[in-house]
Design a binder for this molecule. Structure first.
Ligand SMILES: [Zn+2]
Ligand SMILES: [Zn+2]
Length: 364
């Protein structure tokens, strides 16, 4: 079928919205009319180079309405409202253990820009266009997803509000609620409060953490973090952060979370831990990044834990996050700025300049 998609023709090129041909759904696939799609840091880093071929259609925070389902899809039907998330195989050891974010095929299925069998879903005339990004490529008016990464949601909430649940929000909130699961009254420091870090701050409030310390280079982000429940806000440039966090927590924080992917910030996050503290690292770093840690501090029961997609099983966790939102405990609307699809390059630029926290494109 004919669709309209934001194509990245080559590395580092602006998005170009143009008509493409999208395959009909195969037996295990779901055709979704995309209503809204969040723009995530990973879309922009993959546009800048990334791991797959060009021309490509990115986008991995799609939300929309099921248009058609393949003959083998039992759990979804046309008209269902859905949020799309990351793809996993369902058969490997970690999928079977209920840890699909660590699927053996995570990189190929989410970053390979092809279906699991290696085929492509999109064409521009006779030429292949590489889609299937996170099993969706949702920067488009329609996307082909799999039953496994398509999460049915309630129909009474705007889809532009729900779109970021599929990656950014579940990544930040899940790192707190699924991975660290801090006990009430424990302290947490969140390094970097973009959409992922702010989702972590909101989740830390849900978990009953105190103090909740937000750290960022931007004062506007810190002000928003305070409004969303951070009890303290520290400018990343202001003095010795580790000392400041130790002072605020009486010797070190129980939990720290790095969302920046910068090794020097991860080290600060680790050094701010109390004995037995746990540091989650969830930011995207260059593939060759290395982390150096002081062994004597690690030995004292401290943990560094990498976290992918907030350890989320999307079909379980996304509806839980929606319930928290409806209770007023996850005000994700505060993160979102909606742009028309035609303004995708302006949305990307505003995000890179830090003027908006979570741009969401409305296909309209
Ligand atoms: Zn798997
Ligand atoms: Zn993402």
């Amino acid at each position: 079928m004919r669709i309209s998609a934001a194509v990245v023709p080559e590395r580092n090129h602006p998005f170009i919205i143009k008509p493409l041909e999208l395959d009909a759904p195969r037996p295990d696939e779901v055709l979704v009319r995309i209503v809204a799609a969040g723009l995530c840091h990973t879309d922009l880093s993959e546009r800048a180079g990334g791991r797959g071929p060009f021309p490509a259609v990115l986008g991995h925070e799609g939300a929309g309405i099921v248009e058609r389902v393949g003959a083998g899809v039992a759990s979804l039907q046309p008209g269902d409202h859905v949020v799309l998330s990351y793809l996993s195989c369902g058969h490997c050891r970690n999928c079977l253990r209920g840890k699909p974010a660590y699927c053996d095929h995570h990189m190929a299925y989410n970053f390979g820009r092809r279906r699991p069998d290696g085929s492509t879903t999109l064409r521009d005339g006779a030429a292949a266009v590489y889609g299937s990004f996170f099993g969706q490529s949702s920067l488009a008016t329609y996307a082909l997803a799999s039953e496994r990464n398509t999460v049915k949601v309630r129909t009474d909430l705007p889809l532009e509000l729900l779109a970021p649940l599929g990656c950014g929000v579940q990544t930040g909130a899940g790192a707190v609620l699924n991975t660290l699961h801090p006990f009430p009254g424990s302290s947490i420091a969140v390094f970097g409060v973009g959409s992922v870090g702010l989702s972590a701050v909101m989740a830390a409030v849900v978990a009953g953490c105190t103090p909740i310390i937000a750290i960022d280079v931007r004062s506007t982000r810190l002000a928003l973090a305070r409004e969303l429940g951070a009890t303290q806000a520290l400018e990343a440039s202001a003095g010795d952060l580790v000392e400041a966090i130790r002072a605020l927590t009486g010797g070190g924080t129980d939990y720290a979370l790095d969302t920046t992917g910068r090794p020097e910030v991860m080290r600060q996050a680790f050094e701010s831990l109390a004995t037995l503290g746990v540091c989650g690292v969830i930011g995207g770093a260059p593939p060759d990044a290395e982390l150096r840690l002081p062994y004597s501090e690690l030995l004292m029961g401290r943990t560094v834990r990498g976290v992918v997609q907030g350890d989320s099983t999307p079909a379980l966790f996304i509806p839980e996050l929606i319930d928290l939102h409806l209770q007023g405990r996850l005000p994700i609307d505060r993160l979102i700025t909606v742009f028309p699809f035609a303004e995708i390059n302006q949305a990307a630029a505003a995000s890179e300049r830090g003027e908006v926290v979570k741009p969401v494109l409305r296909m309209g």
